[in-house]
Design a protein around this ligand. Structure first.
Ligand code: AHG
Ligand code: MN
Ligand code: MN
Ligand code: MN
Length: 341
């Protein structure tokens, strides 16, 4: 039906949620309430970021957050928008945020879900107009719990869902409920996220590596030698077959680097180093959600020692981890390098 160049049968996120509810991906419909609160937060943050230069929201607050990051005005604003949006769900009881030192209890809500979030990821890039995003992990509140830290200090395998929004040339949304990954793009005129990457799978391999080379003097030996091996042009002494060096791509916003890795393939890493003994990225609201999404898309995510990210368990809500994430064959190359495969 419809003319050949206008798609008149688009799948909006609300329609997708209802259809997945009917397909018993989230039977009771509660998850639909969570996703609807999340997509409202992403639309609001997206719109705020895009007009921030006009309303002088660029710049720093002068404070630092509990993980030692310098706080941007938009970090604080994004955090406020996000927490208020979670309140509207009526069933999200616990919120952990990069920008909040302690866990937040939403008293008036039913104790059904706990959300951990990085409201603005890549905020150091904000003033330069480079893509930033919001990253979210979702846990069901444990039976009998009224909502506290034990609902989130759990193995990543206990997450019931994860998503990220990336505020780039378009606003993208990637979502998993544990049965594959689906990608959406915000249609600003409709004000709806439209399904654009159904059942996304990450390419099995791609000669792209993504790391902050500036930290190389501080890396441990296994990291240095592995990255060095990707950087070199190889000629097989016997066959003479040549293997080109990898391309390097690094945006400096995890969401942008992981989103590119998801679509193009490759490997992204923030390894531990002398100044980041446990890596820099936070487990609950950066590594866990990205690891669940990439695994659901056929990829892999491990720490420096080759331990699966989702098998890790935080002891503190702002715990950090090293991470190697991306195409399965690329992460396997790292695992072989450290003798774990
Ligand atoms: P955030 O802006 O939420 O604090 O996250 C920043 C993180 C992540 O987005 C990115 O991969 C990493 O910091 C970049 O760190 P470097 O600038 O040290 O490379
Ligand atoms: Mn930060
Ligand atoms: Mn971040
Ligand atoms: Mn952040």
């Amino acid at each position: 039906l419809g003319s050949e160049n206008i798609d008149t049968d688009i799948i909006t996120l609300p329609r997708f949620i209802l259809e997945s509810q009917r397909m018993h991906k989230n039977a009771k419909g509660d998850f639909s309430m969570v996703l609807s609160a999340l997509q409202y937060a992403f639309k609001f943050i997206s719109q705020t970021i895009r007009k921030s230069e006009l309303i002088h929201l660029i710049g720093i607050t002068g404070d630092t957050n509990s993980t030692g990051d310098q706080q941007k005005k938009l970090d604080v604003l994004g955090d406020e928008i996000f927490i208020n949006a979670m309140k509207t769900s009526g069933i999200i009881r616990v919120v952990v945020s990069e920008e909040q030192e302690h866990l937040i209890l939403l008293e008036g809500n039913e104790a059904k879900y706990a959300i951990c979030c990085d409201p603005i990821d890549g905020s150091s890039n904000l003033d330069a107009g480079v893509s930033v995003g919001t990253i979210v992990s979702i846990f069901k509140i444990l039976p009998g719990s009224e909502g506290d830290e034990k609902d989130v200090l759990r193995s990543g395998t206990e997450m019931c869902g994860a998503c990220y929004a990336m505020y780039g040339a378009s606003t993208h949304l990637m979502v998993t409920m544990g049965q594959g990954v689906d990608g959406f793009t915000l249609d600003n005129n409709l004000g709806e996220f439209i399904l654009t990457y159904p059942n996304l799978q990450i390419p099995a391999n791609r000669a792209i590596y993504s790391v902050n080379e500036g930290n190389s003097p501080y890396w441990v030996e296994s990291t240095r030698s592995f990255i060095e091996s990707l950087r070199t042009h190889k000629v097989d002494p016997v066959t003479g077959a040549e293997t080109k060096a990898y391309s390097a791509r690094y945006v400096g916003s995890m969401v942008a680097d992981v989103h590119r890795t998801f679509l193009y393939g490759g490997i992204f890493t923030y390894p531990s180093d002398k100044y980041h003994p446990n890596g820099k990225l936070r487990l609950l609201y950066e590594a866990f959600p990205m690891a669940m999404l990439v695994e659901q898309g056929g990829g892999k995510a491990v720490d420096d020692h080759g331990v699966r990210i989702l098998d890790l368990k935080p002891t503190h809500i702002h715990d950090k981890t090293s991470i190697w994430i991306g195409s399965p064959n690329e992460v396997d190359k790292y695992l072989m390098h450290i003798g774990k495969l």
